[in-house]
Design a protein around this ligand. Structure first.
Ligand code: SF4
Length: 77
């Protein structure tokens, strides 16, 4: 895919936390997060460009563990 404008990063220690995975899957309005195998966080790449920069994922996860980056101006949300 060549037109990605958003990158989502979840720190590894949190990415394997089933509780966080479930929470992220619940809060993101455009389903960028899913619960993957073993309860880990799975990023749904196909939905990344639907991100509305609402910050719900950032607020739902432990501080600093989720980053949403806007690739088009190099900025972090
Ligand atoms: S900022 Fe909002 S839309 Fe974007 S990934 Fe986080 S919860 Fe989903």
């Amino acid at each position: 895919m060549s037109n990605l404008f958003i990158a989502v990063e979840v720190s590894p220690d949190v990415a394997s936390d089933a509780e966080v995975a479930a929470k992220l899957a619940e809060v993101c309005p455009v389903d960028i997060y899913a619960v993957g195998e073993g309860g880990s966080v799975r990023i749904v790449e196909d939905n990344l460009d639907e991100c509305v920069l609402c910050r719900l994922c950032i607020d739902a996860a432990p501080a600093g563990s989720v980053k949403v980056r806007k690739l088009y101006d190099g900025g972090a949300l």
